[in-house]
Design a binder for this molecule. Structure first.
Ligand SMILES: C=Cc1c(C(=O)O)[nH]c(=O)[nH]c1=O
Length: 313
């Protein structure tokens, strides 16, 4: 079965890729993604300057393989590292490159977007409005006015198709408000739903202790336990975005089954985070095979035949 897809003007030979933040901070990790069955790769969200991030332990899988909690604190090499990587990248290798940016301020995001614009590269920018783990910094994704104001500055600078990484929303009114904002910007090509479910608290019952150190143990939740929230966000934006804007799914993909469900909900591509962290890059081969088996069993030759076709009662 054909798992290829096109997003923001670039073609992915396989609609599976990593979630930003996982296995993508350093060049060697990015090379591992290129060498895997993933159809593309996205870099760790970059800030103006490099960051060490929060104190460890800052990531933990949850018992029973139900998911993960993280409060990494945006550790990254600084945007120039990823800009240099994007300049050296072989755009004829068959897999497109996505670059994630998460400026600590609008000025930082503006400076980083200007630098990528000036470099005039084929990579696709994904602006991350949804990091939940910066102490004292509320995430832009939950401030509609600030998000629109930022887009009014950044969209014209980027000047070509780009994407936005969104937090999960839980109120229908917020789906309506956010989609209405995105529909105002012609070059928003896609949204990636969802980032981790912010500020969960994982506690070990034997030691009576939080699993991670930063923020009294508060961190973003990922993995299978966020699947239904992710499916809802994918479908909500699939139903609301117009002019060909697409949705990349992220959240709860541990097998071909969840990837299939995300496509049914409307996803054009599917990102894998927690399961990639736990299993390694072999996850892309496994999930691709499982998805193709499901499609064959159901008689689907390509994903367009069932994308967004979730039935309601
Ligand atoms: C960019 C920071 C993020 C982080 C982080 O670096 O703490 N963790 C997430 O789950 N999502 C983010 O967007």
């Amino acid at each position: 079965a054909d798992l290829s897809t096109s997003i923001a003007g670039v073609k992915l030979p396989n609609l599976l890729l990593n979630a930003s933040g996982v296995n993508c901070r350093y060049e060697n990790e990015l090379q591992q993604l290129l060498d895997s069955s993933a159809g593309s790769l996205v870099t760790k969200s970059a800030t103006l300057n490099s960051r060490d991030g929060n104190p460890e332990p800052r990531y933990a899988p949850l018992a029973g393989q139900i998911g993960s909690i993280n409060s990494m604190g945006l550790p990254n090499q600084g945007y120039e590292y990823y800009l240099e990587y994007a300049k050296k990248f072989d755009y004829n290798n068959g897999k497109p490159l996505f670059i994630s940016l998460a400026g600590m301020s609008l000025a930082d995001n503006k400076a980083m977007c200007e630098a990528f614009r000036d470099a005039n590269l084929p990579c696709v920018l994904e602006i991350n409005f949804s990091c939940p783990n910066l102490p004292g910094k509320p995430q832009l994704g939950y401030d509609m006015e600030a998000m629109e104001a930022a887009l009014k500055v950044l969209a014209p600078i980027i000047g070509k198709p780009f994407g936005i990484k969104l937090p999960p929303y839980f109120d229908i009114a917020h789906f309506d408000q956010a989609a209405a904002i995105f529909n105002k910007f012609d070059n928003i090509a896609y949204v990636t739903c969802i980032n981790s479910v912010g500020n969960g608290l994982a506690i070990d019952w034997e030691s009576e202790t939080a699993l991670i150190k930063p923020k009294d143990g508060f961190g973003g939740l990922g993995g299978l336990m966020v699947l239904q929230t992710s499916l809802a966000n994918v479908n909500a934006f699939y139903r609301r975005l117009n002019n060909g804007k697409q949705v990349i799914a992220c959240g709860g993909v541990t097998s071909g089954k969840e990837a299939f469900l995300h496509i049914l909900a409307g996803a054009s591509a599917v990102q894998i985070g927690t399961q990639l962290q736990e299993e390694g890059t072999g996850v892309f081969e496994r999930v691709s095979k499982e998805l193709q088996e499901i499609m064959a069993a159901k008689g689907y030759k390509n994903v367009e035949e069932f994308r967004g076709k979730v039935k309601t009662l």
